[in-house]
Write a protein that binds this ligand. Structure first.
Ligand SMILES: C[S@@+](CC[C@H](N)C(=O)[O-])C[C@H]1O[C@@H](n2cnc3c(N)ncnc32)[C@H](O)[C@@H]1O
Length: 218
């Protein structure tokens, strides 16, 4: 089934579906990657405190599957890539959590209204794959009652140039997908002004990890 309503979305589906088996193989072999390990540290290692995880652009499910095995109650994984979701479903069976996870093959922004609120929302390496980051953040922040964790490319000149070069090459070759370079400071400001406070920050050479928490009463 193809969920995509736009060409951009279809390009993202095709691109990431091609990589899905590789993502699943890596997760089976090595567990959460370096950035996911930082996110898990930032949200607190005990998944049992979470009742509903919203994992947007969940890939093969590395983050929510890890938290479900630690005792989180249930998760919703939303993905544009059909291939990624096929692998996530298989992994949820292998991990013995398939009855506690629901997968939605859609662009999150298009279906946000139909998604339950969550006490933790995850957006790992997703915002740089989407053309309208403000819509993605507004819709996901509105669904989050507790922890909001995301990773995005670091604001380093070398990383920016690498991304811009990649975007240029992909456009030149007319590939079905290209990444996006957004104003990360503006997006961070948007999260803070939506009633969230930063509680954890870490970075690798390429990625920045930010974990926020909704301020009580906001
Ligand atoms: C770089 S991959 C990261 C996957 C996973 N979070 C991880 O870190 O392994 C980005 C994923 O986000 C998905 N994606 C991008 N924008 C999306 C949106 N608006 N709704 C749902 N999925 C989206 C893409 O299909 C892709 O699989």
């Amino acid at each position: 089934m193809n969920c995509c309503r736009s060409q951009l979305c279809e390009g993202t589906n095709r691109f990431f579906s091609r990589w899905s088996k590789r993502y699943a193989k890596d997760f089976r072999k090595k567990g959460p990657d370096k950035i996911q390990t930082m996110i898990l540290r930032g949200v607190g290692s005990d998944g049992s405190s979470f009742r509903h995880i919203l994992d947007i652009g969940c890939g093969v499910g590395s983050l929510h599957l890890t938290l479900l095995t630690q005792g989180a109650q249930r998760a919703t994984g939303i993905e544009v890539s059909i291939g990624m979701l096929e692998e996530a479903r298989k992994l949820s069976i292998e991990f013995g959590v398939k009855d506690r996870v629901e997968y939605v093959a859609e662009d999150f922004v298009q279906v946000a209204d139909t998604v339950d609120r969550a006490d933790i929302t995850l957006l790992d390496k997703v915002v740089c794959c989407y053309d309208n980051p403000k819509a993605l953040l507004a819709a996901s922040l509105g669904k989050t009652t507790g922890v909001y964790a995301l990773s995005h490319p670091r604001e380093h000149i070398l990383i920016k140039l690498t991304f811009k070069l990649q975007i240029f090459i992909n456009r030149l070759l007319r590939t079905s997908f290209h990444p996006y370079w957004h104003d990360w400071g503006v997006l961070r400001g948007m999260i803070l002004s939506s009633g969230f406070a930063l509680r954890y920050e870490d970075a690798s050479f390429v990625w920045r990890v930010l974990v926020f928490e909704r301020t009580p009463g906001r």
